[in-house]
Ligand binder design. Structure first.
Ligand code: VGL
Ligand code: ZN
Length: 198
């Protein structure tokens, strides 16, 4: 049984001062760096959108950030422009120890589909390839940390549990966006999916 630490989207745009800042997002960095030492495999995810991405409110005339729209794959929150490929906002937080990463998996690069989860795009069918990577390495046990608890951590952990991985979310090393009760809903959904919340 091999375990991996999955570090979700600790990028400048999700930290204070960023385009889609999560309160206290930067506070978790020292604890995440320290936790890396306890894992034989460390994987980072990076939200990585082309300019004009369909999840950006700016791509939908008249739409306000944090409103929702119907996409062919379901309801999508429209976000402020964030994590544009190659921009400073898409870079990892400067203090994150990226040297320890075995793999950096990018997601959200498909212009027409957002990807909260590290495993599947928001159509819940297009794979990112992470499942195959983990399985071929014999990794069965995942600990997840990062941003944001109620979106990318939530979707990644739920998908991982559904795929049969043993999953723990370290809530102390996550921070949430918490729009309209989304944090409580996410925590309930995670427990329902069989994810351990530590
Ligand atoms: C995220 C909203 C949009 C996240 C990414 O990392 O939780 N949230 N893109
Ligand atoms: Zn995004």
């Amino acid at each position: 049984m091999t375990k991996a630490l999955i570090v979700i989207d600790i990028q400048n745009d999700f930290c204070p001062g960023g385009a889609l800042a999560v309160a206290g997002g930067d506070e978790i960095v020292p604890g995440v760096n320290a936790l890396m030492a306890e894992y034989p495999a460390v994987i980072l995810t990076q939200d990585w959108h082309p300019a004009g991405h369909s999840s950006f409110a700016s791509a939908h005339p008249g739409a306000a950030p944090f409103s929702t729209t119907e996409m062919p794959y379901g309801t999508q929150v429209l976000w402020p422009d964030h994590c544009v490929q190659g921009s400073p906002g898409a870079a990892f937080h400067a203090a994150l120890d990226t040297d320890r990463a075995d793999l950096i998996i990018r997601k959200g690069f498909n212009p027409a589909i957002d990807s909260y989860s590290a495993f599947f795009e928001n159509d819940q069918t297009t794979p990112t390839g992470l499942e195959g990577y983990l399985r071929t390495r014999g990794i069965t046990e995942l600990t997840m940390v990062g941003l944001a608890t109620d979106f990318c951590v939530n979707f990644s952990a739920t998908d991982a549990a559904r795929l049969g991985f043993s999953v723990t979310v370290r809530q102390d090393l996550c921070r949430g966006i918490d729009m309209e009760g989304s944090l409580d809903a996410a925590l309930a959904g995670l427990r329902e999916a069989g994810v351990a919340i530590a």
